[in-house]
Design a protein around this ligand. Structure first.
Ligand SMILES: Nc1ncnc2c1ncn2[C@@H]1O[C@H](COP(=O)(O)OP(=O)(O)OP(=O)(O)O)[C@@H](O)[C@H]1O
Ligand SMILES: [Zn+2]
Length: 681
């Protein structure tokens, strides 16, 4: 008996081999089975997909190649998993094979059936240890949220203030699930790996190390495979991971938590540009699993879904232990001498904290020493030769580094244009901020009379594996008085000793062209404020300082009141009037080419050819424009916005347009891609 199988294999993006390929097998195989198949001269990992005709004697056998092997140690992927992958591929306009294989651990691709069988044996460890740490007694707000979650169905938004104990709600929701259904599985997603160490500890303490596995890109391939197999076999009951974990194979999935659901890092920014938060909601529906989104500053999309009754809102306005939210203080920088970096009031407030043995956090969204190095005599600036951007001066190793293409050079001794030896940094990054703070606070003493200890945390200081954990531990242990860093330090951390948070240059985002900029800024400032005063004892005197040239901006009025709902209502009104998301739906087509003209011509040609295709009348195509950083690594970039009042119409249009884009030729074109529901425009 010969069977015809449809098998999904990794095919290049936009390839005409988008769907499953047909292979021959001597025996029937269940959909979802992992197989190895020949393609061209290679042998690839594939997934048996839902068959049109799994068994078909009339098939022209001689044309079909036989499969090369079956990974029969691994149970087939479920129909729901395959449906999730199919949906993601079609919604985000990518190849099915690309998405399916991206969703599997990379190491699986290279393993033979025997190797897999051996790994499976190794993952089957001792019986899982039972839950260890006892849960804290929930506060009344936590208890109410848990009960409402228990009683309802579908998708929930846990709108809880910073420090209101959302993590404990996640833990107890999972725990209650396991008490009811011991075989059930829970997926808990976090935005970034840097938030994971603390959370992972808490889940392990509660459910035991054998029950909890992680999935994120910081893991080695063998570790990832091990976690994946444990989740797939059901041995691990909790999967804790970043956006990629949304595709984890979990046959017993009953609960999905998305912590800090507003965080932009849930959106993949290359390849298949999926939103893990949105897929989590979709997956919840597919699997019949409840979905719990949590945030103190929800995305306007999720907020609107609550307003419309599609999600159930759970609110926890109070901080644990009656701790208060910090008092917001605005410093009007118009009243400060020109080029003031640190207003004297702010400096004074920080010094007072140090003298009392409290910690301060100062954040600035720019790493490096200075964003530009410039000649004091001529026009030379540290431009990147490959990008339309400046190279950033890093003093620590005296380099100029491009943060877009990575191009790095030693700082020249003299101006490359005029030979002047006096070249100077312009502006300020975290490295320089750390340096100037050390000077400004040189006279300040800690309660014991010791000098001030300043630490910096950003992508540069945390590059080495494990260094982030070490630095966070130092802050938690009170070995740091002032923590300087990028927004990395404003997210999610449960700092207990910080009583002052300062934002130094928030203004640039106030007048950004991106309609999401106010939402992002407000979220960032509220989250940053959320790091102060988390310990009830000190919270009464906690403060959030914002230095701004626009103190009367309405965004700050809402910030002062910690009033997210008012801010959201005002923003949603503006968005509704303008037909912007979540009231309208968008996609971006990006084009990379040798020249900017070429990139734009490609987009214009594809737009012209779109007339008359399905749903084109319900879609608005804007003119192609250069991207804000127009050239990166000598590639010119342009984009075109596609908008519709209907998500379904936009989807139909994009699907019909795909072959048109594929057929559009333009000299010098390098690549193009569609970004559905783009986060930045
Ligand atoms: N029921 C409880 N009893 C005592 N302490 C609790 C309780 N629930 C949470 N906590 C403690 O309160 C602190 C804040 O909780 P958590 O970090 O979960 O806040 P959060 O809501 O996630 O805040 P953020 O949005 O800022 O991340 C933690 O130290 C946690 O251990
Ligand atoms: Zn560059």
């Amino acid at each position: 008996m010969t069977c015809q199988l449809s098998v999904v294999v990794p095919t290049p993006a936009h390839s005409t081999l988008g769907g499953p390929l047909s292979y021959r097998s001597e025996f029937p195989l269940a959909p979802g089975t992992l197989v190895r198949v020949p393609l061209g001269r290679r042998e690839l990992l594939g997934v048996v997909w839902d068959p049109e005709a799994q068994f078909d004697n009339a098939a022209p056998e001689y044309e079909l190649k036989p499969i090369a092997g079956v990974l029969d140690g691994i149970a087939p992927l479920t129909a729901r998993w395959r449906e999730l992958v199919s949906f993601a591929a079609s919604y985000y306009q990518r190849g099915l094979g690309e998405v399916a294989l991206m969703a599997l651990p990379p190491q699986l691709r290279g393993l033979s059936a025997e190797q897999v069988a051996r790994r499976m044996k190794r993952t089957a460890g001792p019986a899982p240890a039972t839950a260890g740490q006892i849960a804290a007694a929930p506060t009344p707000e936590q208890a109410a949220a848990l009960d409402a979650f228990e009683a309802g169905t579908g998708c929930f938004l846990l709108f809880g203030a910073t420090g209101s104990g959302k993590t404990e709600v996640y833990l107890q929701a999972v725990q209650r699930l396991f008490e009811r259904e011991p075989q059930a599985q829970a997926l808990v997603m976090v935005p970034e790996i840097n938030l994971t160490p603390q959370l992972e500890e808490r889940f392990v303490a509660r459910f035991g190390a054998a029950d909890v596995v992680s999935l994120h890109s910081g893991m080695t391939h063998p570790q990832r495979l091990k976690s994946w197999l444990a989740a797939h076999s059901g041995a691990a009951r909790v999967v804790l991971g970043t956006r990629m974990a949304v595709f984890a194979s979990m046959p017993g999935l009953k609960l999905i938590v998305v912590d800090e659901e507003h965080d932009p890092s849930y959106k993949q920014q290359e390849g298949a540009r999926y939103s893990a938060r949105d897929l989590a909601v979709y997956r919840g529906r597919l699997e019949g699993a409840k979905v719990l989104l949590g945030s103190a500053t929800p995305s306007l999309e999720s907020w609107q879904a609550c307003e419309k009754g599609r999600y159930t809102r759970l609110v926890m306005p109070s901080r644990i232990g009656q701790a208060q939210l910090p008092k917001v203080r605005l410093v009007d920088m118009n009243l400060q001498p020109h080029k003031t970096v640190f207003s004297p009031q702010l400096l004074d407030a920080v010094s007072q904290r140090i003298a009392r043995g409290e910690q301060s956090l100062v954040f600035l969204n720019r790493r490096g020493y200075a964003p530009v190095l410039a000649c004091t005599a001529c026009d030379w600036k540290s431009e990147c030769p490959n990008c339309s951007a400046f190279r950033v001066f890093h003093k620590i190793d005296r380099t100029l580094r491009c943060h877009h293409c990575g191009f790095t050079e030693r700082v020249p001794r003299a101006c490359p244009l005029c030979g002047n030896v006096d070249i100077a940094p312009v502006g300020r990054g975290t490295e320089r901020l750390e340096e100037s703070l050390a000077q400004l606070l040189a006279g300040t003493r800690r309660p014991g009379g010791e000098p001030v200890r300043i630490a910096r945390m950003d992508a540069d200081t945390t590059r080495l594996k494990g260094s982030l954990e070490v630095q966070l531990a130092q802050v938690h242990a009170g070995e740091v008085d002032v923590l300087v860093g990028t927004q990395m330090i404003t997210k999610g951390h449960d700092f207990r000793r910080i009583t002052l948070v300062a934002a130094l240059n928030a203004d640039s985002a106030l007048f950004s062209a991106d309609f999401r900029a106010p939402e992002r800024l407000f979220g960032l400032l509220m989250q940053a404020a959320g790091r102060a005063g988390r310990d009830a004892i000190q919270s009464g005197s906690s403060e959030m300082w914002v230095q701004t040239f626009h103190p009367t901006h309405p965004l700050f009025a809402a910030l002062r009141q910690h009033d997210y709902p008012a801010f959201a209502a005002q923003q949603l009104k503006e968005r509704e009037q303008a037909g912007m998301p979540p009231f309208g739906f968008q996609a971006l087509v990006r084009a990379d080419a040798r020249t900017q003209e070429g990139a734009q011509a490609f987009l214009a040609a594809a737009a012209a050819a779109a007339a008359g295709i399905e749903a084109a009348d319900r879609v608005m195509l804007y003119s192609p424009v250069p991207m804000s950083v127009q050239r990166v690594a000598n590639v010119e970039r342009a984009q075109m916005l596609v908008e519709s009042a209907s998500r379904a119409a936009l989807q139909r249009f994009l699907a019909a347009w795909h072959p048109v884009l594929q057929a559009t030729r333009e000299k010098g074109m390098i690549r193009w891609a569609v970004d559905v529901d783009p986060l930045a425009i």
